[in-house]
Design a protein around this ligand. Structure first.
Ligand SMILES: C[S@@+](CC[C@H](N)C(=O)[O-])C[C@H]1O[C@@H](n2cnc3c(N)ncnc32)[C@H](O)[C@@H]1O
Length: 560
C-alpha cells in the first residue's frame, strides 16, 4: 500500500522503495511534466527509503497537498536541491482533442491490430543471437526477421526482389537482410556507429578467415597490459570521463598498439570494430533510454547504488567477441551481404533531394522516435573511441533528425538546400502541409500554452515536437518522390505523449504521406503498445501509446 504523505508542519515526507528511487532519480531529470505530476506519481508508487520534502505556505497546508498540489514545493530529491517551482492546478490549459479525434476518425479504417507483428519482432531482440547481427548491440534496430517478413509480404516484380531504400539505416538491418534476398539495397545513415556496424557486416563476406585467425592467435598470447611508451590514450568526452577502470584504459591502449600492426586492412578494421563493440560491456555505464546510466563503482560522484553486475576485463571481452566473429565468418555460406549494398554516409534530409525520381520499389525504415532519445549520448563511448570531440558531437546531434530538446530548427539550412537543388516548390508544399495539419497544430498549441504557464519542466519540448514533424514531413515528401509507382513505404514508429497530451505520430505522419500523394494502406498496430512513462502515468493515468508499422502505397497513376 502506498503510504500517504504526512504533512508534518511544513514538511511532507513520502517514502519510496530503493528500486523506485533509482528509476525516478534518472527520470526526474528528464520528464516533461510539472512537479505536480511527478509528486503524484511518487505517491502512487511509494514505499520506503527516500524522503521527499516539500514546503508549502502554512496557510495552504493540507494533508492531501501532495496529491493535489496547489502551492509551492521545494522538492529535494535524493539530496539534490531544486529551486521552488510554482505548481498550479491546470485550470488555464484544458486539453482539447477535437482535431485529433477527427484525424483518428479519418484513418480509423486503416488502423488495424496486426497479430503477425510482435514487439520482439519489431525490435533488436532476436538479432542478439543471430550470427553477424549479434556483433554489435544496436538497441534501436529492428530484427532481420521483421525485414524478411516485410520483403515476403511485398515482393517486387517477377523475381520478387527490386530496389529497396532505408533512409534511417541504423546498423543496416534492412540492407543486409534485403541483399541476401536478392534486393539491391541503399541506406542513408548519419551516425558513424551505425555505418561502422554495416561496414563490419559487409566485410565479413570477403575477409580472409586465415588472416583473421592468425591475428586472433597473436593477440590471444598477449596480456594487453600497459606498455612503456604507449602513445594511444582514450580521448574522453565530458560525459564519458571515468567510464573505465584504469586497467581497462591501459588494455585498450595496448590493444590499439597491437591493432596498428595488423597488416591486412579488413582484419584490422574488424578487430577495431570488435573493440568498439565491447566498450559498453567493459565500462561502468549502461545505455539506458536517453542517457548513460552509471555504475556506483565508477569514480563519478553518484547518488545511486546502481550496479550493472560483473564487468569483464577488456582482454576477456575482446577475445570472446573476436571468437564469436570468427565463428560467424566461418559459417558464411548463407549468401552474401555485400553484393548489392550502397551506403550513403550523411543526413537523409540532405541526401534524399539528390536521389532520382521513382528509383526505389520499396522503402523499409524506422526513423528516430519523437521521444527525446539522444543517440549522441547513448553512443558517446563509441563516438569518443571513434575520435569525436565535444564539438563534433554537438554538430552531429544537431544534424540528426530533431528528437531531443537540444535540437534547434534546421528550417533555414533546409530551405536553402532545397532551393539550391531546385526543389523550392516541394519545400513550400511541405510548409503548407505542415501548417494545415490541424491535429499537430492542436498539440503544439497546447504544449506552448503549457510551456508559457510553466507547466513543462523543459521549455524546449514544443520546439522539439515541431522540428520533428517538420523534418519528417520533408523526408516523407522525398520518399514519395523517389518511390516508383506501385511501390510502398513501410515505417516503424511509436506514438508519444507529453504533458499528458497524446501525440498521434502514426496519424500525423500518415496524413503527411497522404499530402505527399501516397495512399495510407494500413497502420498496423502492435497488439501490445508501449506504456507511458511512470510520471505520465501518475499524473495522467495509464494510457497505452500505439507502436505501429505504417504501410503507404504509391498509386500507379497519381491523382490529379
Ligand atoms: C531507429 S534507428 C534505425 C535502426 C535500423 N532500422 C536498424 O535496424 O538498425 C534510427 C536511425 O536514424 C538515424 N538518423 C537520425 N537522423 C538521421 C538523419 N538525419 N539522416 C540519416 N539517419 C539519421 C539514427 O542515427 C539511427 O541510426
Amino acid at each position: 500500500m502506498p503510504t500517504r504523505p504526512k504533512a508534518r508542519g511544513k514538511k511532507i515526507h513520502v517514502e519510496l522503495p530503493e528500486s523506485t528511487h533509482r528509476k525516478l532519480r534518472v527520470k526526474a531529470a528528464l520528464e516533461d511534466i510539472s512537479i505536480q505530476g511527478f509528486v503524484a506519481d511518487l505517491i502512487a508508487r511509494s514505499v520506503s527509503n527516500v524522503v521527499i520534502t516539500g514546503e508549502q505556505p502554512a496557510s495552504t497546508a493540507q494533508p492531501d497537498a501532495v496529491a493535489e498540489p496547489s502551492a509551492q514545493y521545494a522538492v529535494d530529491l535524493f539530496g539534490r536541491s531544486k529551486p521552488a517551482i510554482a505548481v498550479q492546478r491546470r485550470t488555464s490549459i484544458r486539453s482539447r482533442t477535437a482535431e485529433r479525434d477527427a484525424l483518428h476518425e479519418r484513418y480509423s479504417a486503416a488502423l488495424v491490430v496486426n497479430p503477425d507483428l510482435s514487439r520482439s519482432l519489431v525490435s533488436f531482440q532476436s538479432n542478439k543471437t543471430t550470427p553477424f547481427y549479434r556483433w554489435f548491440k544496436f538497441k534501436e534496430a529492428f530484427s532481420h526477421e521483421f525485414v524478411r517478413h516485410i520483403l515476403h509480404r511485398f515482393p517486387c516484380g517477377e523475381t520478387g526482389a527490386g530496389r529497396i531504400l532505408d533512409p534511417f539505416a541504423g546498423a543496416g538491418t534492412t540492407l543486409t537482410t534485403a541483399t541476401k534476398e536478392g534486393w539491391h539495397a541503399t541506406g542513408i545513415e548519419l551516425l558513424p556507429v551505425g555505418t561502422a556496424a554495416m561496414k563490419a557486416r559487409l566485410l565479413a563476406d570477403t575477409v580472409d578467415p586465415a588472416a583473421f585467425e592468425h591475428e586472433l592467435k597473436r593477440i590471444a598470447k598477449l596480456g594487453l597490459r600497459k606498455r612503456a611508451g604507449a602513445t594511444y590514450r582514450f580521448r574522453h568526452l565530458r560525459i564519458t570521463a571515468s567510464a573505465f577502470a584504469p586497467d581497462t584504459e591501459d588494455a585498450i591502449s595496448a590493444f590499439m598498439q597491437f591493432h596498428e600492426g595488423i597488416a591486412e586492412p579488413d582484419v584490422r578494421y574488424l578487430f577495431w570494430f570488435a573493440a568498439l563493440s565491447v566498450l559498453e560491456d567493459v565500462s561502468y555505464t549502461r545505455k539506458d533510454g536517453q542517457y548513460l546510466r552509471w555504475d556506483s563503482r565508477s569514480e563519478r560522484v553518484l547518488r545511486s547504488n546502481f550496479s550493472k553486475g560483473p564487468i569483464p576485463d577488456f582482454r576477456t571481452a575482446l577475445l570472446s567477441k573476436l571468437r564469436l566473429m570468427q565463428a560467424d565468418i566461418a559459417q558464411r555460406n548463407g549468401g552474401t551481404f555485400s553484393n548489392n549494398v550502397d551506403i550513403i554516409n550523411g543526413s537523409c534530409l540532405e541526401q534524399l533531394p539528390a536521389l532520382q525520381d521513382a528509383s526505389f520499389d520499396l522503402m523499409l525504415t524506422s526513423p528516430p522516435y519523437c521521444n527525446r532519445y539522444d543517440y549522441t549520448r547513448t553512443y558517446a563511448l563509441e563516438l569518443a573511441f571513434m575520435g569525436y570531440g565535444e564539438k563534433d558531437v554537438t554538430n552531429l546531434r544537431q544534424q540528426l533528425l530533431s528528437a531531443t530538446v537540444e535540437n534547434k530548427t534546421k528550417r533555414e539550412v533546409l530551405s536553402a538546400l532545397f532551393r539550391e537543388c531546385g526543389r523550392e516548390a516541394e519545400y513550400r508544399d511541405c510548409e503548407s502541409a505542415f501548417d494545415s495539419q490541424r491535429a499537430l497544430q492542436e498539440v503544439l498549441e497546447i504544449l506552448r500554452e503549457a510551456r508559457d504557464a510553466r507547466e513543462l519542466n523543459n521549455t524546449n519540448i514544443p520546439g522539439m515536437v515541431e522540428h520533428y514533424f517538420f523534418e519528417m514531413n520533408l523526408v516523407i515528401k522525398q520518399l514519395s518522390r523517389v518511390l516508383a509507382p506501385g511501390g510502398r513505404v513501410v515505417m516503424v514508429n511509436d506514438n508519444v505523449q507529453y504533458h499528458g497530451e497524446e501525440v498521434p505520430v502514426d496519424l500525423i505522419l500518415s496524413d503527411f504521406a497522404a499530402s505527399a500523394g501516397l495512399t495510407v494502406e494500413s497502420i498496423w498496430v502492435l497488439s501490445k503498445g508501449k506504456g507511458n512513462s511512470s510520471q505520465q502515468m501518475g499524473a495522467h493515468g495509464r494510457r497505452e501509446l500505439r507502436k505501429c508499422v505504417y504501410v503507404w502505397y504509391k498509386p500507379s497513376k497519381q491523382a490529379g
